[in-house]
Design a protein around this ligand. Structure first.
Ligand code: OOG
Ligand code: NI
Length: 465
């Protein structure tokens, strides 16, 4: 029965990413301009740098570059997180990592939904940074109760989307026809609504607690708050934004510019001020303004090991301490100078990052292995020697995930500076998050470790054959 053939989750994911991007371009035209800028800069780099091109071709990333995108949503209650997990699963996206943003002044904890196989990522790289509001961090009891009541009644998913999630779970996939209905129905959840579900007084009360709380609670659904293309040179995009009248954030989050980029660097354009109509008793509605939606750009570098991440965190917090916390417009250039200075302690050479076990790599055999001496069985212990003698080469493994301090900086720059100064004492609560999610998140480091190991084993098998 050929009519019952299921489409792949990569197909559904790409289809969803495409219609989401189209919707966002329509809703936020500046995002479309940002995409053009990023594509121009990427094309330019690919035509001028053979090395970058070769590296991206070897790891398979070249195919995904221009479709690469992540987005973010903020959810209000456990049911929404639980169901969002099921919705993303239909698209082959799974929760990877746990990010606690409370210490950085944002009352949420988060995960990122994404593909978990390298080939699947290269075919359809779309991912969604997903945060859940932490009601336990709302200090005002009355307000917390109101928030719970408001959220209790809200249903962010359409009936048809829920029906198709069930169907996909029961039957193991969706036909092309169902998949098309599914992505259109799922999209409804991410759409912007210019009418709040609360009256002006409640909106102000929520805002008074935290701008983020107003953004989550006052609306019908978790509107997508940004989409993020990947660039090969974020400094060029930052400079290019001003030239195209796209207002950039003051500083780039993450590590400084390097010869061998590590982890993730991000910047954004400032959130739009949008007209909102509030609910009121007579139904006439009062209008006001809300800031939530923006555009972001990311540049991805090599994934680091736990040792590398510890060093990264140490150098970053040393820099932040020196300027007294998060960078501001006033101290941005001092911050950038200090950051570059401090990061001189982080080796900037792939072979050195490899030998000091600071980063993860894909391993490949070279032509030379044809002539390798076969009088022993090679093991993982021999890897460094094989590299040195030219039997193996490495390519950096791209970091596919997020950084909590950077994420908080992105939140803060689009929420207003007052909120950025706040600190929550609340303890991080991964087990509660996983209970609400309905399953544990995938362990971030293990994912890279396993993938690196896979490429090493493949090389050894080839050499020992
Ligand atoms: C999410 C901010 C985090 C990133 O790229 O680190 C994020 C949000 O503003 O909801 O998207
Ligand atoms: Ni983002």
């Amino acid at each position: 029965d050929t009519t019952k053939a299921f489409v792949s989750s990569e197909y559904i994911r790409n289809r969803f990413a495409t219609i989401m991007s189209d919707m966002y371009k329509d809703e936020v035209p500046l995002y479309g301009e940002l995409l053009n800028l990023v594509h121009d800069i990427n094309d330019n780099i690919l035509t001028t740098s053979e090395e970058t091109k070769k590296q991206l071709a070897n790891t398979g990333e070249i195919t995904r570059l221009n479709m690469e995108r992540h987005g973010a949503i903020r959810l209000g209650k456990p049911y929404e997180l639980f169901t969002m997990r099921r919705l993303f699963k239909v698209m082959g996206m799974y929760p990877v990592g746990y990010y606690d943003l409370a210490p950085a002044g944002v009352p949420v904890h988060s995960t990122a939904f994404r593909a978990i196989e390298n080939t699947a990522l290269n075919q359809a790289p779309f991912r969604v940074f997903t945060s859940l509001l932490r009601l336990d961090l709302i200090t005002d009891d009355n307000l917390r109760n109101s928030v719970e009541t408001i959220l209790e009644d809200r249903q962010i998913f359409t009936d048809k989307a829920l029906e198709l999630i069930d169907k996909s779970e029961k039957e193991g996939g969706l036909t092309k026809e169902d998949a098309e209905i599914f992505v259109q129905e799922a999209l409804e959840t991410f759409r912007w609504h210019d009418t709040a579900t609360v009256d002006y007084e409640m909106y102000e009360a929520l805002l008074g607690q935290h701008r983020l709380i107003a953004d989550v609670v006052a609306f019908k659904g978790p509107h997508i708050n940004h989409l993020t293309p990947r660039t090969l040179d974020i400094d060029k995009v930052q400079a290019g934004m001003e030239a195209r009248n796209i207002p950039p954030k003051d500083t780039i989050e993450g590590p400084p510019a390097r010869k061998c980029p590590i982890l993730l660097r991000q910047t954004s354009f400032k959130a739009l001020t949008e007209k909102v109509t509030f609910k009121n008793d007579s139904g006439t509605g009062k209008t006001g303004e809300h800031k939530a939606r923006f555009g972001e750009i990311e540049q991805r570098g090599v994934a680091v090991t736990q040792k590398g991440l510890d060093l990264y965190n140490e150098l970053l917090s040393k820099t932040r301490k020196a300027i007294g916390g998060s960078p501001t417009a006033e101290n941005a250039s001092e911050y950038n100078r200090l950051l570059s200075e401090n990061f001189k302690a982080f080796p900037d050479d792939y072979r050195e990052l490899q030998s000091e076990e600071l980063a993860y790599f894909h391993y490949f055999t070279t032509d030379k292995v044809k002539n390798i001496s076969k009088d022993k069985v090679y093991t993982k212990e021999d890897i460094n020697q094989l590299l040195k003698e030219g039997y193996l080469t490495i390519e950096p493994m791209v970091y596919e995930d997020f950084l909590p301090v950077s994420a908080a900086g992105i939140f803060a720059s689009n929420l207003g500076t007052d909120d950025a100064k706040r600190e929550y004492e609340g303890t991080s609560n991964q087990s509660l998050f996983e209970k609400d999610l309905g399953e544990p998140v995938y362990k971030l480091m293990k994912w890279y470790e396993d993938m690196q190991d896979e490429t090493i084993q493949k090389c050894l098998a080839e050499i020992n054959a």
